[in-house]
Design a protein around this ligand. Structure first.
Ligand SMILES: Cc1cc2nc3c(=O)[nH]c(=O)nc-3n(C[C@H](O)[C@H](O)[C@H](O)COP(=O)(O)OP(=O)(O)OC[C@H]3O[C@@H](n4cnc5c(N)ncnc54)[C@H](O)[C@@H]3O)c2cc1C
Length: 493
């Protein structure tokens, strides 16, 4: 596709999606959502970001614990836009999972942090649908799928104070069976969408081993059956970005919970939840890239230096062309994970080869797109020169928001090492290369295959130590090859 056409689509997330050639079964709804963001949402989102950490009202005036998170009413209005449009319920309707990611793309173009509540609510609903027994589904799924202001939110809480990477060692939350449900006691240290009506949490049944195999997945309602609070919010985190989702520390004290799936396969269920979020993180990262490039373009077209708009200087012109090609490649990688997720999400372990391909692509996409979002946001700031660092314009915000994308849902180290594991133990690279062969240059493909195969012959210690350059190059190669698979084709230089 001509670079000029893509440039024209940059200010609008819906137009960009259309330019990428993805099917848009809900195009009118996306345009409506976008129009709302332009008319009202942008200003609300900027205000929420400027307000900083939301307040927690822990007690009412009579000394009762209530743990209410105080946002201005406009926040709720902003939040409801995506739920109404179908950020969760559409996954269970005709348009399917991909439609929820389209809504996520439009949302993240305007507010990357706000995409988090939708993502964790979707991940909660999918886990409940897949692993909850019929009675549990009948009780808890309908409120998550409501289309009005009464919609319930979900959350996904795994990380504890000891760290989020090594869950097998660090999850201390204990689960004890009692009657028809379980009692959970422990603390969750990074709990986004604190205050959600339902959360899926990792916990260790009493007497289960202290490894990842000892973890199970539970559904935790906000309120106990007797109406009391089922979890307490100790405090809210003061974050550099994503302030439109409250992230807190949560205490579980003999909290009522329901087992999802089976304890023996709990770790797979937990990873499935995380992988939904990683796909969404990739989609959100690309949307943030688009926004940052669009803002940079709008500035560079009008800012004059050395007698012409800075956009028209050869160095700047070339940089824009490269950023647009990288945006397109990042989009192709992220959107491929969406399509594969849609295909494989009904699978249960032991997974198919296709599922392992999905896993590898998800690690590549999470790693690559988040890093690209950070680099693009930094570059957009540079294009704005000194104006870029001032708090009064939106540019510095994209960098603050972008900095969170590589860390939550698993750091780059985690993506690299888990991606390596998918190749070393499951041979997922073979499926990847077979798939990419249609669009790749045979010599470049052969070189990549040899590098990966040679790497997998190294000792385990060396494989880990030298993994980063290989994984980075594999991610770039995969993204650029997939860009050729888009109906729109790669941007011409
Ligand atoms: C804004 C925000 C919101 C979040 N919301 C949630 C949430 O809702 N639910 C939730 O469960 N979690 C949430 N998290 C936590 C997030 O998932 C973790 O921060 C992340 O998984 C990393 O864990 P950690 O911060 O404890 O770092 P650690 O696990 O302590 O790791 C520290 C460093 O060591 C590196 N490292 C670890 N193992 C290795 C290794 N084998 N080789 C090389 N390097 C390694 C890590 O990559 C990292 O750089 C959130 C985090 C943030 C920032």
């Amino acid at each position: 596709m001509a670079e000029i056409e893509l440039m024209e689509a940059l200010p609008s997330p819906t137009r960009f999606l259309q330019a990428m050639g993805v099917p848009l079964p809900i195009r009118a709804e996306l345009e409506e959502l976008e129009a709302w963001w332009e008319a009202e949402g942008k200003a609300i989102s900027a205000m929420i970001d400027r307000m900083g950490t939301p307040w927690l009202r822990a007690y009412d005036r009579f000394g009762h614990r209530i743990d209410e998170i105080l946002y201005p009413p406009d926040y709720r209005r902003m939040l409801l836009q995506g739920y109404r449009a179908g950020a969760v319920w559409r996954a269970f309707e005709g348009e399917g999972l991909a439609a929820t990611f389209l809504i996520g793309y439009v949302t993240a173009f305007y507010d990357a942090g706000l995409y988090c509540p939708y993502t964790v609510s979707l991940a909660t609903a999918l886990a409940l649908r897949k692993y909850g027994d019929p009675a549990l589904q009948a009780r808890f799924l309908p409120p998550l799928l409501r289309r009005d202001g009464e919609v319930w939110q979900g959350a996904t809480w795994m990380t504890e104070a000891g760290g989020g990477s090594d869950l097998g060692a660090t999850v201390e939350t204990v689960a004890r069976p009692e009657g028809g449900h379980w009692r959970l006691t422990g603390e969750k240290y990074f709990a986004s969408n604190a205050g959600a009506e339902l959360a899926v949490v990792a916990a260790r049944p009493e007497s289960a081993p202290r490894t990842v195999r000892g973890l199970a997945l539970f559904l935790l309602p906000r309120y106990r059956e007797n109406g009391g609070l089922n979890y307490l919010i100790r405090r809210l985190k003061d974050k550099i970005g994503t302030r439109s989702v409250p992230t807190g520390e949560v205490e579980l004290q003999e909290s009522e919970a329901y087992l999802l799936g089976r304890p023996e396969t709990g770790i797979y269920e937990i990873l499935e939840v995380l992988n939904v979020s990683r796909v969404a993180n990739s989609v959100g990262s690309v949307a943030l890239m688009q926004r940052a490039i669009a803002e940079a373009l709008a500035f560079a077209e009008r800012r004059v230096a050395f007698g012409r708009p800075v956009l028209h200087h050869p160095l700047m012109r070339r940089q824009f062309a490269e950023r647009i090609r990288e945006l397109q490649a990042a989009f192709a990688l992220a959107w491929t994970t969406v399509r594969l997720l849609e295909e494989v999400w009904p699978e249960h372990p032991p997974y198919s080869e296709r599922y392992h391909l999905f896993r590898l692509l998800t690690h590549l996409a999470k790693y690559w797109t988040a890093e690209q979002a950070v680099q693009t946001a930094k570059w957009a700031m540079e294009v704005h020169g000194g104006m870029g660092v001032l708090g009064e314009y939106p540019v510095e915000r994209w960098l603050r928001e972008a900095m969170i994308l590589p860390i939550w849902e698993g750091t780059p180290h985690r993506q690299i090492l888990d991606g390596l594991e998918a190749m070393a133990r499951k041979g997922a690279h073979r499926a990847l290369f077979a798939w990419l062969a249609r669009w790749s240059d045979p010599h470049a493909l052969e070189e990549m295959v040899s590098r990966v195969e040679a790497h997998l012959q190294l000792s385990p210690e060396e494989q880990e130590a030298r993994a980063e350059p290989l994984f980075r190059d594999l991610a770039r190669f995969t993204a650029e090859t997939l860009a050729r698979s888009l109906p729109s084709g790669p941007a011409a230089s």
